[in-house]
Design a protein around this ligand. Sequence first.
Ligand code: NAG
Ligand code: NAG
Ligand code: NAG
Length: 827
Amino acid sequence: MARQRRSQASSGADGKGNKDKGANSSSSNGSNPPKPIKSTGGILSYWKHFIGFSCFAIAVGVGYMGYLETRVNTPYDEKKMVVRSGLDIPERFWGSYRPGVYFGLKTRDPYSLITGLMWYFPKELKPGGDGIRHWCEQGDGLEKYGWLQHDGSSFGVQEIHDGPFVITTSFVKRLGGTHGGDWTARITVDIKPGRKVPEDRKEVSLIWYSVLDDNSNGYIKPSNTGSFLTGVRGETPGLGEFTIKLFNYTGTVEHESYLSTITPGLHLLKETIISSMRLAEIKPSRVRSVVLAGELLPATGATKAQPNFIATQVGSKVPFTLDVVFESGSFGTRQNTLVGDVYSEALTWHQSRFVQRFEDTFHLKTKGYGAKEINFAQAALSNMIGGIGYFYGTSRVQSAYTKEPVPYWRAALYTAVPSRSFFPRGFLWDEGFHGLLISAWDLDIELDIICHWFDLMNVEGWIPREQILGAEALAKVPEEFVTQRNTNANPPTFFLTLDYILHKYKDQLTNGRLITLERLYPRLQAWFSWFNTTQKGLEPGTYRWRGRDPLTNRELNPKTLTSGLDDYPRASHPTENERHVDLRCWIAIASGTLANLATLLGRNSYKYYQTHSYLTDNNLMDALHWSDYAQRYADYGYHTDAVELQRPKLSPRSQTPQNLEMVRVMKKNPEYRLVDSTYGYVSLFPFLLRLLEPDSPKLNKTLTDIRMPTLLWTKYGLRSLSKNSPLYMKRNTEHDPPYWRGQIWININFLAVLALNYYSVTEGPYQEHAKEVYKELRANIINNVMKQYYETGYIWEQYNDRTGKGSGCRPFTGWSALTVLLMSEHY
Ligand SMILES: *[C@@H]1O[C@H](CO)[C@@H](O)[C@H](O)[C@H]1NC(C)=O
Ligand SMILES: *[C@@H]1O[C@H](CO)[C@@H](O)[C@H](O)[C@H]1NC(C)=O
Ligand SMILES: *[C@@H]1O[C@H](CO)[C@@H](O)[C@H](O)[C@H]1NC(C)=O
């Protein structure tokens, strides 16, 4: 899927052309001399007799343009949101904060000791290192992987199915001392029940590595104390002194080797391992095996360079269990080491505590669900929680005033991710949905996540929507998609999270949590204000997503990546007169949430209530967006339905290559109108975000329409675009398959279920009707997401509207995991 990814490719249009681009005075190549700025013109003419006037003019020009230029990467000037980080919160210091790898632990520290697992089956190892597992890659073709249990702070259990093998990875933390305590990770490799593997194919090689970021002060060294397997000892400012020891808990070690070297970067760990692999004869069996090369360190004068990367490879036969024991030097005296049976017991204890907490939170057993359903729900929650990462680095951003992209400030981000394989990084619009489930599980984790995101706000009130921080994250994103533009919005879904928190956990918002909300409030105001001004439309009370390309002739309907709904059809010809009904609804609920928060905090809420009641006035909304003709809400813009993609015809003698790309042709000219032949998610927003009055006949109409199989209704949830919409399941270019043009998406379905629940419990003439549809839709979504999980091993990005099958990327345990909240009706 190319969500947000393609955004930058096509968003070159916004911000250009309407602003004076030539005025980038600090660019080094000098090809664009600074143009005088209007406001300084008077001063210039007055001073023109004086020697040195040109210096002065340039100084003013540079000063002013410099100011505009630096706004994009100047932090918002208020108290920082994150006031406790790193070791201030010892229980969240260590964690599985690397969602992009199958298994690894690091700390919530800008420069951390990073540990992780790679594995391969020697018989499957291909030249070039193909077959070594490390990063979560769809191309590895694993039948299934993901957390079965994870509580976000003290332990986790994951299962990975690789061919006939099942690999279980778990970790347990033990707090103590002043540096975040101890942990143990366990890796068990076994054969799947019912699968037969020939004796000579039962070999497995596990590689456990430790790496120090370039910027960490401290050292790591190979160490052989305590176990015959090579471990590590080291020291960093954050961790103090520590050791890592490896033990074979069950099964015998056939061969062991290690690597101690300098890796050029965190994104090249696998490459570093591969380049150190050697073939060696193992005594006494004399079998030839692939081993690691030992010390590979350049000599620097008399002394050897310090390694920053140490890996131990353990070769053995399945079944096999490896325990990796991290012990903090500051721990003091331990009763015992967290290894072997002691570890097993600790893990069992955590697991039963998890099961209890899960039931206390979601009440699935009480609601009558069986083991199969509960296991699914636990896995869904655990993948959301276990997918939380900690990233550190600089985004690349661009404004109309910077000629080239410029670095954002160095920042940390603690965030969940949409997909460990395909999107292992923070996404603004996803995160507000994630926040619903995360706050239900652990309110403090969610508030911590919110704090990190709002520290990424710049002085304009803008938050970049895709966060690519650090070498590992960057390595997963093609270069041309990295830059974020400050003209571009994304749905402000954090207002959904906050609304949920205010509504559901109001009585828990005391002390530190209240203080956090106090600090958040001015930033939310700035964020709101950014949306309310930069995204507004030409007419009062209208709003418009930026970033659509008005010039393209390649796209059937120019994408609106900023809306989060990518290729969902809008007006065929983007113009400034457009108005987008979904954005208007987002701003309406944002103002309402802000008003409620202001009231809670004893601030003046008047302005937000006023904007809220203005934007929720159904008459005004109808005047701008209701189509009497089609009886539905719609965008407004310069539009024609009569478009199609065609291959350009060539004259017979043309010299041009034959494979010219398809272009859009129009059969009818566009006109200003409501885009009301299209029916789908966007049409539903006044209903989805509960802006429709409960007694509005339009609610009745909506309830009737979404239940129609010819429009949006399927046995698996609501499809994104009705079957009779002109662009239903149409490709946007010959290279872009449909994405939000029919497929079923769980985040929007979740909003629909919430809305149906709301209208079924809110006094009004359509309560019963809403209740019926609520029950059916909720059941359909839960049943299908769960069915597909058991059939395919994964929760998916989207689901096919004809078959219910998962599509897009996997695992996708971001908002698709909201199914847990639907099961528990926890809203
Ligand atoms: C670990 O492996 C070694 C070497 O093969 C073996 O001697 C030892 O018995 C194994 N330990 C356990 C607990 O199986
Ligand atoms: C939002 O913008 C409109 C003008 O477009 C303004 O009238 C309104 O006061 C603004 N709302 C807030 C809360 O600033
Ligand atoms: C709601 O719409 C349905 C179908 O159009 C109609 O039969 C019904 O009478 C309406 N209900 C009310 C209360 O108006």
